[in-house]
Design a protein around this ligand. Sequence first.
Ligand code: ADP
Ligand code: MG
Length: 498
Amino acid sequence: MGKVAVAATVVCAAAVTAAAVVVVRHRMKNSGKWAKAMEILKEFEDKCGTPVSKLRQVADAMTVEMHAGLASDGGSKLKMLISYVDNLPTGDETGIFYALDLGGTNFRVLRVKLGGVGNVKKEFKEVSIPPNLMIGKSEDLFDFIAGELAKFVATEDEDMQIPPGTQRELGFTFSFPVKQSSIAGGTLVRWTKGFNIEDAVGADVVEELTKAMERAGLDMRVSALVNDTVGTLAGGRYGNSDVIAAVILGTGTNAAYVERANAIPKWQGLLPKSGEMVINMEWGNFRSSHLPLTEYDEGLDGDSLNPGEQIYEKLISGMYLGEVVRRVLLKMAEEAELFGDTVPSKLQKPFILRTPDMSAMHHDSTPDLKVVATKLKDILEISNTSLKTRKVIVEVCDLVATRGARLSAAGILGILKKIGKDTCKEGEENQKSVIAMDGGLFEHYTKFRKTMQDTMNELLGEEISKNIIVELSNDGSGLGAALLAASHSQYLEYIEST
Ligand code: ADP
Ligand code: MG
């Protein structure tokens, strides 16, 4: 070998060594970053753990708060609102009724013809609410709703028309906390789920809707004002007399159940004939020191429209699950360079990662997590992730969904405890208790639903869980509101007396 060649080889070798050093340093740095990412993941996992012992504490706290909320107004974070529904549908309701469901991302209008159980004709339309109306003026929101309702009314077929000379009647499902004054009147306590229309708080929502319907030239009477949980309970009971409670897991979350009227100390009204009253718990506002809150939940709450409120809702409902995931991933991006040395700008945008997308990633069953890769690219403009990174993302989704599902099950156990259905009493061995469920989260997020169900069984034990049935009651709230309009119809006395 000549001198030149030797020199070249030496230079080459030096270059190779230098390159190798860079690679090793890079790897060491990367493994340090990776260790940091794992540390963040582990810490999150520890903080949001929901062992059975903790779930029992949560359930007990729920029961305690239920008692306190029933004892006096303001006695608890749980409003435990009296719904004025003391008679649930029997199946004998007849006639043509409307329902309007406002409570989240969409609202639904529904027209039903009731001819007894199994003989219900339904027609409906779903409209998404323009986001600017969710934070504008009350009149604009109600005008929009009344306008859509009027359009829907205009599509009535001949066989869906009410008798001449009568007025159309509507059950209004309004899924925000309302303090009712009667079955068809009540004032808005506060907005939740991203709505924030200041001039509506304290207003009678039936009056607001009635005025808007008049402005829209629509002759219609609001015969029942119900919360979606109360509607779901009524709709569920129509088809199944074992239904004792309803839980919504959608954009927000809430529950209602049938309480003994004499177990409601703050209820000053006449004891209803049935001896029962449906209570709208407003359980989204539940909070307890036993809830496994993390720094991400605290951040989310602090930045929300309603800090300090709806803490349980922020842990378990569809509006927030994806956002918690985003916050964990953001921390991993910032402190562990999970997505490279710059933090993806889209990942910094609150609420960009929606729960349906989180769910799609969580359910990704492709071996190389293709769905995760696609979602990252489409939503967050993140590409070229390693499979290892994508697995971490699925893991974060799993932790957030599992915590939410298990805490939901604990809440239901709290209700069962309150009404004594968490144990088996003599003579009631086979008495079934059905919880009617509704909401897009429960309906579509399969792993969430399955975990919730498994947790119920885990908490109740084999024997009792045989008698507790958690059942999807799809759009029961619309039907329920129409049924309650029917059972509170202005023509009822007339019909009954003829
Ligand atoms: P709302 O609660 O707004 O009245 P829904 O009951 O239809 O309406 O629930 C809609 C919510 O359900 C969405 O905001 C979303 O959080 C959740 N959701 C809808 N589809 C899915 C899905 N495929 N996976 C997970 N969550 C979903
Ligand atoms: Mg709803």
